[in-house]
Each structure stands twice: as structure tokens, then as C-alpha cells.
Write a protein that binds this ligand. Structure first.
Ligand SMILES: [Zn+2]
Length: 294
């Protein structure tokens, strides 16, 4: 079996793992993150002040992935894959895929003033004891790492000026990557990945796309739709049409506020009407639900 090109063999010809000091810092960090259960990707780096992608007009220097990366939202790279990825790119930056795959979400704070100007942010970050990365951005900037809350948590941008969030579908640039400013990303003193990931406070969770506000709303909407369709399907003859009208109106409110899709609502009302013994033509006369936003 061929040894991987930085592996060494002992006196018996068996492969021995390389000493960590012999491995470049980016690959070493990638392997450490992998060992901590994080999904790692390679990003273009900064060499001589320029992005290694070679485009002098690069809009995201040192921050965009080398090759395809989205499958790393489902499957983490193995140590061998990371070695194969980083070895030919000695200046690659290290990316960590955020979201469920790595069990984390990250707040990206480019505007240190929001820490002092926004009461909620000031309180939250004043007591924050999880990992913090200083990003190397001129003018300041840091990443605060939190535990993934277990429900769908997408990215968000600019909920407050200079505040982005990275969750499911995102990634962050991690230490020891080089920022375009020429300063490397680094963990703040004492706050490496040795620090446990803190829970994401509910106020912050609500900022993320698909956060609890939205999923609670859709749970409510699904329950309301179920209630209305039940009412239609058990309505007695003579009451069916008026029940259908009332329920279609109520469901229409949810369609109007965007809490439930029109197609889903119409399909459910039709099914309930048919169960109640109305024919398809009668249900169609009453549907679609009125849209109160029009
Ligand atoms: Zn580039």
C-alpha cells in the first residue's frame, strides 16, 4: 500500500502518523477541527495580498471555497480527504461548515459598536463564555460560536448593521486562516475550542432564517388547518356549505399572512369537503379561500 506522501514509515515499514509540528498550520487546524466533530472545507487563501483564486477582482478574497463544498453540509470530510485537499494548497484557508452537520451556529459581528449600542447584544456578549474568533478585519470583527439549537437554523444577514449569522447552509472562515487585511484569524485568548459551546439564546435564535418564530407559526397554522378541515368533514348535511365557507375564510387568513401555502390549503379543504359528502364542483364554488390581503 502506498503511504500518503507526508506519512513516514517506522523500522518495520509501517506507516506512522506525522508529528503535528511537521504538518502545515492550516492542515493541522483542519485535522483538529475534524477530530472535534466539525465539517471542514478548504477556502482560497491570501498570498501576497491577493486571493489565491487568481482573480484580481475577486469579490470575496480568502473566503470562498476551493471546489464543491455543499455536500459537506451532509457528510464530513475524513482526515485522509482533508490531507488530500490541503496538501496541494499550502496557502488555503480553513472553513468550518456551520449548521447541524457541525452542531454549531456562528454570529459574525463586523461592527463592534453593536455590542455596546444594542442592549440585547451587549447583555448576551457581556456574559458570553464560548469560543470567540478575532477575524483580522480592519476596524475589528469577531465570530461568536454557539451550539446548534437542533431545529432548522438558516443564515441571516444584516439583522442589525454589521451582524450576520451562519447556520444551516453556511460556513465560516476559521483560524489560522489569513484575512485579506494580512492579519490571521485567531481565537481570542482563553477562548479556543476548549470552551464548551453555549446555548443559542432565544432572542438570537429568532434572528436566524427558519428559527423558532417561523417554525412555531407554521405549527400553529398546521393545527388551525387541521381544526378547520375536521369541522368540514364532520359537518352535518345542511351545514356543510356554510361550514366550508367559514373554514375556507379562516384558512384564507392563514394563506393571506403567508403562514400556509395556498395549494396546501386548497388541497386540504377539498379533501375535507369530499369526506363530508360534498362533490368536487360544490367545493370549488366555495374555494379558493379568500385572501384578506387583497
Ligand atoms: Zn478569490
Amino acid at each position: 500500500m502506498e503511504l500518503s506522501h507526508f506519512s513516514k514509515a517506522n523500522a518495520l515499514g509501517q506507516a506512522v502518523p506525522p508529528k503535528m509540528a511537521e504538518v502545515r498550520a492550516n492542515l493541522r487546524a483542519a485535522l483538529e477541527y475534524e477530530a472535534q466533530g466539525l465539517s471542514v472545507i478548504a477556502l482560497h487563501g491570501i498570498l501576497n495580498g491577493r486571493c489565491t483564486c487568481g482573480n484580481p477582482q475577486c469579490g470575496s478574497p480568502g473566503k470562498h471555497p476551493i471546489g464543491k463544498w455543499k455536500h459537506r453540509q451532509q457528510q464530513r470530510a475524513t482526515p485522509d480527504e482533508l490531507i488530500a485537499l490541503f496538501t496541494p494548497s499550502p496557502h488555503a484557508n480553513v472553513g468550518i461548515v456551520t449548521g447541524n452537520i457541525s452542531g454549531l451556529v456562528v454570529l459574525d459581528i463586523d461592527n463592534p459598536e453593536i455590542v455596546t449600542d444594542n442592549k440585547m447584544m451587549a447583555e448576551m456578549l457581556g456574559t458570553f463564555n464560548g469560543p470567540i474568533v478575532i477575524t483580522g478585519r480592519r476596524g475589528g470583527g469577531f465570530h461568536a460560536y454557539f451550539k446548534h439549537p437542533g431545529f432548522s437554523t438558516g443564515n441571516f444577514a444584516k439583522r442589525l448593521e454589521g451582524l450576520d449569522g451562519r447556520g444551516d447552509g453556511g460556513y465560516v472562515v476559521a483560524p489560522p486562516s489569513m484575512h485579506a487585511s494580512g492579519t490571521a484569524y485567531a481565537f481570542a485568548e482563553k477562548f479556543g475550542f476548549d470552551a464548551a459551546l453555549p446555548d443559542l439564546p432565544i432572542e438570537l435564535a429568532q434572528m436566524f432564517d427558519g428559527g423558532p418564530a417561523k417554525s412555531m407559526a407554521s405549527k400553529y397554522a398546521a393545527k388551525a388547518l387541521e381544526r378547520e378541515t375536521d369541522a368540514i368533514s364532520i359537518a352535518r348535511e345542511g351545514e356543510r356549505n356554510s361550514t366550508l365557507n367559514t373554514s375556507a375564510f379562516n384558512v384564507g387568513q392563514l394563506v393571506g399572512t403567508g403562514e400556509i401555502g395556498r395549494a396546501e390549503a386548497e388541497g386540504a379543504l377539498m379533501a375535507a369537503g369530499l369526506v363530508a359528502g360534498l362533490d368536487e364542483r360544490e367545493v370549488r364554488v366555495t374555494c379558493p379561500p379568500k385572501d384578506p390581503s387583497i
